[in-house]
Design a protein around this ligand. Structure first.
Ligand SMILES: [Zn+2]
Length: 183
């Protein structure tokens, strides 16, 4: 699919309508509190590199449709964060946010799903088989054994994608959005 600014904005609109979310710039007191709770020391990295969701609000460190980020990664972030919205809806967002901030195994599992969506969206957009994502797990403050577990998962997911598997809900939503552009 050929990407454009309009398509990036349209994709975010599609997801935001479906899940009742909205996006804002992420430098807020609430995100600072989350960062402190997670024990994050590299606050600049946290604020400049990562997106987050809290309740219905997605905090993004770039202007939507701008040149700050590749269009591809703005689409991946949209699907990734909405996968977290789906996770949070299952258990209630307050419980989700607290567990995410305080439980590294839970956080790892939630991020495995998020990065799986990134792999699946990459495949949908490019028809290529994605590499195992090079996640900087130390930025997530997870333990080494959790990072090893995550890499093992990603290798399995890569094999599933080779066999045509698109497994996560946000990836399926993304595929549905893409189909609105097919003749
Ligand atoms: Zn995530």
């Amino acid at each position: 699919m050929k990407l454009s600014r309009d398509k990036v904005i349209d994709c975010w609109n599609f997801f935001e309508r479906r899940y009742g979310t909205r996006h804002v710039n992420k430098r807020t007191w609430l995100m600072s509190l989350m960062a402190k709770k997670m024990g994050i020391r590299q606050l600049d990295d946290f604020f400049n590199s990562y997106s987050n969701i809290l309740g219905d609000v997605i905090y993004i460190p770039f202007r939507l449709g701008s040149w700050d980020r590749s269009y591809h990664s703005q689409l991946v972030i949209c699907a990734h964060e909405h996968q977290h919205k789906i996770q949070a809806d299952r258990m209630g967002w307050l419980k989700f946010a607290w567990k995410y901030a305080t439980d590294t195994v839970f956080r790892t599992n939630m991020e495995i799903e998020g990065y799986t969506v990134g792999m699946e969206v990459y495949h949908l957009l490019t028809r290529q088989i994605p590499d195992v994502p090079d996640v900087n797990w130390s930025d997530y403050m997870v333990k080494d054994r959790d990072a090893v577990f995550a890499r093992t998962n990603f290798r399995i997911i890569r094999e599933m994608i080779k066999r045509g598997g698109i497994t996560r809900q946000a990836s399926k939503d993304f595929r549905e959005w893409m189909q609105t552009y097919e003749d």
